[in-house]
Write a protein that binds this ligand. Structure first.
Ligand code: GDD
Length: 346
């Protein structure tokens, strides 16, 4: 069995490649050309990942990859995934997130109609909407979609395209409506990783008084952590749990869309608090609000109701919020310590 991952270089692409390889799939990872070496993919190459260059915004490129490999499974994780950035780059966001899926769907429809497609949809599509029932607030597959960002709108259009091609042409095409998912491989401009990276550096700086060379600031002059809105609520999971759901969807008997998340919600402030508590500090002494990080529109409350995927596919997350924060802080503390010790040796 053959699987292609579009966007293999990102957090989810890496975890997904690991999972598919461990399940015995021939796994082909597609990443955009980069002038920087992606050394972090070397362990995956050793495990058997075949890495090729490709761009989802180019229809010719999608046609040639899909006609050459005719994969059993194809995962589209390639995206401009930063919500705030989509406000300053709305056109390219649409090109990367929306035009791309039309290229992919058309290539599958005309060249490899038995290929099963996974599309990375997102809880950002719910925007301001939630369902309120029996005193609980959540989003599920029936909650109306009302995105609050160019990113959310671009993903909603892609989501609808996947549904249309499934219904009109009978393609095995699924969309996973994934809530926030994080990890030690998360990009450093997403809020969780930005926080844990800072906390890790702070933890090491405290041990190395009066000067910590890898950070470049003495502890008494440590720069503040600048954040935006601390009052938004998110449903945070570990990315490893999420890629398991992606594979379950494509290995199922029939194609369907599913909401995937932990079912719990915490504010950004609660994440900050939990991360600082890991190193025994009060976040209020280190965090500063920066108005430039406040978005023109915000999604205030996200909490998944993952009942359908649990019932129909048997999905269960392994790591909870507390475990996620602990794992990320531990990783970033060890990383900061390693950088510091390497620096001292040269
Ligand atoms: N990035 C960032 N940086 N966000 C901040 C900051 C900051 O300094 N300060 C506060 N926030 C708030 C944002 O305003 C938002 O409410 C929340 O932290 C989470 O922001 P992100 O981590 O950037 O994630 P996101 O929720 O906007 O989007 C992520 O989740 C979506 C699924 O719901 C991304 O992974 C999307 O690609 C994904 O679709």
């Amino acid at each position: 069995m053959k699987a292609i991952i579009l966007g293999v270089a990102g957090q989810d692409g890496q975890y997904l490649a690991e999972l598919l390889l461990s399940k015995g799939y021939q796994t082909i990872g597609v990443a955009r050309r980069s002038s920087q070496p992606r050394n972090y993919l070397i362990p995956l190459l050793h495990k058997g990942l075949e890495l090729i260059e490709g761009d989802v915004t180019d229809a010719h490129c999608m046609n040639s990859i899909i006609s050459k490999y005719k994969p059993d499974l194809l995962f589209n994780l390639a995206a401009m995934s930063h919500v705030h950035t989509s406000f300053s780059s709305p056109s390219s966001t649409f090109e990367i997130n929306t035009i791309s899926i039309i290229n992919i769907l058309e290539a599958i429809r005309t060249l490899s109609p038995t290929t099963r497609l996974y599309q990375a949809s997102t809880s950002e599509m719910f925007g301001k909407n939630f369902t309120e029932k029996n005193g609980e607030k959540y989003q599920d597959e029936d909650t109306a979609l009302l995105p609050q960002s160019p990113y959310g709108i671009s993903k909603l259009a892609a989501h609808q395209a996947v549904r249309l091609y499934r219904e009109s042409y009978g393609l095995f095409a699924c969309a996973g409506i994934l809530f926030n998912h994080e990890s030690e491989r998360r990009g450093e401009n997403f809020v969780t990783r930005k926080i844990t990276k800072y906390v890790g550096q702070l933890a090491v700086a405290m041990q190395k008084e009066p000067f910590y060379p890898a950070v470049g600031h003495p502890i008494e002059d440590f720069p503040k952590l600048k954040l935006g809105n601390l009052n938004a609520y998110r449903d945070w999971s570990h990315a490893e749990d999420m890629v398991t759901a992606m594979v379950m969807m494509l290995e199922a008997d029939k194609p369907n869309d599913y909401v995937v998340g932990s079912g719990e919600t915490y504010s950004v402030e609660q994440f900050v608090d939990a991360a600082f508590k890991e190193i025994g500090l009060n976040w209020k002494d280190y965090v500063e609000i920066d108005q430039a990080l406040i978005r023109p529109a915000e999604v205030d409350y996200l909490r998944a109701n993952p009942e359908k995927i649990k019932r129909e596919l048997g999905w269960q997350p392994k790591l909870d919020f507390e475990g996620l924060v602990k794992r990320m802080v531990k990783y970033d503390t060890e990383r900061a310590a390693l950088k510091s010790s390497l620096y001292e040796r040269v």
